[in-house]
Design a protein around this ligand. Structure first.
Ligand SMILES: [Zn+2]
Length: 433
């Protein structure tokens, strides 16, 4: 593709440019900016966007229906749930059976042997891919329960500093829930909180209700004391529907909570009856709980049985949660590890594969929000990804003129970071191919 296409002034002032593009209507903050713009059947508007010094300086609508732009403009994405510490560990620690239990066992074996060099290579590879694919921020869970936990946190904090201008990183310390009651746990929590990162944990059946309730209560207390947010792997299962969520809601009935709690997965909740889903979703909205749905890993991992295809799959009930006012993001989760062998830190791929599973449509506001502004809000990013005058020139340009083509054909893309095109030399330098 001609890199100069539709870009009229890259050779001029730095961090500036002008593109004629199609943009989803719901990604424009001010309707005034696009009054009279031509809109196609998929809700894509024809506009011209101009930027200087890394910020959008004008948004104008194109009124000539005969000249439809040839590229789609999207904000760079925020990935709300990743595991960059174990990405690309499949070859070392595969899980051919594909079940949750086998994935966990393989993960633990791999974690015990994880070297500094392996961790560095995986994280760098993940970030390089994420960058060229158009991701600007990642919340990643980090295995933190072993002997190497502090070494690993030193390493990932170092990498975060190196990458701060390209990809914003936010970490969640992933440990067994009761770890936060130990002295080691309290020390780690202080470190995590002082960096603005999050406390994590896992609640999946079978679990002891009394013990788990106590651990959760302790975690919520600790998180509030440290003013540190929490992100839990909760109810990633086809058993005991919403068992973990119900416990969490009981805990929140007993304590004052001012921090943000994210429920990642929440898959088994989708197996409940509609009435109960709606009851719990309303309670979640009142408690300001947030959700990250993870359709790809859930579809691959949960409910597997030899020679038996499960047709009713556990998945967070995204629409019902949205209807109750709960923010729902969709994340990629595992990449090429024992939990999920596929995927590649590509937000467009994530949309292509998870939209059919979750019945989300890109031309609907609530279909697009879980991939765009909701994860940006979840990560507390300065910019939510809606375009307006003054917003950052942090874009992806897709060589396509429709959603259907975009999600079917893997169109070429150009990535613009802080007003500058991410050029081919960067890709070569980082060995991305
Ligand atoms: Zn996860």
């Amino acid at each position: 593709m001609n890199l100069e296409k539709n870009v009229e002034s890259i050779a001029n002032p730095p961090k500036s440019g002008r593109v004629k593009v199609l943009v989803p209507r719901c990604l424009i903050r001010n309707g005034k900016d696009v009054l009279g713009a031509v809109t196609d059947k998929e809700g894509l508007l024809s506009i011209q966007v101009e930027w200087q010094d890394g910020n959008v300086t004008s948004i104008e609508c194109l009124k000539e229906a005969s000249k439809v732009p040839e590229e789609i403009l999207l904000p760079r994405f925020a990935e709300p749930h990743a595991h960059i510490d174990k990405a690309f560990s499949w070859s070392r620690s595969p899980n051919f059976k594909g079940s949750y239990q086998d994935a966990l066992a393989a993960n633990i074996r791999e974690y015990e042997l994880r070297s500094e060099e392996e961790l560095t290579n995986r994280v760098q590879k993940s970030l390089n891919l994420a960058l060229v694919n158009g991701i600007r921020a990642i919340r990643s869970h980090i295995d933190s329960f072993g002997k190497s936990a502090l070494r690993d946190w030193d390493l990932i904090e170092n990498i975060r500093t190196k990458w701060q201008d390209k990809v914003f990183l936010q970490y969640v310390a992933l440990v067994p829930l009761d770890f936060w009651q130990s002295d080691k746990g309290k020390l780690l929590a202080q470190r995590v909180a002082s960096n603005g990162d999050l406390l994590g944990g896992v609640i999946a059946p079978p679990f002891n209700k009394i013990k788990t309730f106590k651990s959760l209560l302790n975690l919520v207390h600790l998180a509030n004391k440290l003013n540190c947010d929490v992100d839990l792997h909760i109810d990633e299962s086809q058993f005991c529907p919403a068992g973990g969520l119900k416990l969490l809601l009981e805990v929140l009935d007993q304590v004052e909570n001012d921090i943000s709690i994210t429920c990642s997965h929440l898959s088994s909740m989708g197996l409940l009856r509609e009435k109960e889903i709606s009851f719990l979703a309303n309670k979640m909205a009142k408690k300001r709980l947030k959700v990250v749905a993870l359709p790809l890993t859930n579809s691959w991992l949960l409910g597997r049985k030899d020679r038996f295809t499960l047709t009713k799959r556990p998945l967070a009930p995204i629409f019902q949660l949205q209807k109750a006012g709960v923010d729902v993001s969709v994340g990629g989760d595992n990449v090429n590890d024992s939990w999920f062998p596929l995927s590649n830190f590509d937000p467009i791929n994530l949309m292509s594969f998870s939209m059919p599973i979750a019945h989300l449509s890109p031309w609907e506001r609530l279909g697009l929000s879980p991939f765009t502004w909701t994860p940006a809000d979840l990560l507390n990013l300065k910019w939510d990804g809606l375009f307006q005058k003054g917003s950052p020139a942090d874009f992806i340009l897709l060589d396509s003129n429709s959603w259907v083509k975009t999600l079917s054909e893997r169109p070429k893309r150009r990535v613009i970071v802080n007003g500058e095109f991410l050029n081919e030399s960067l890709k070569t330098k980082n060995n991305i191919h």
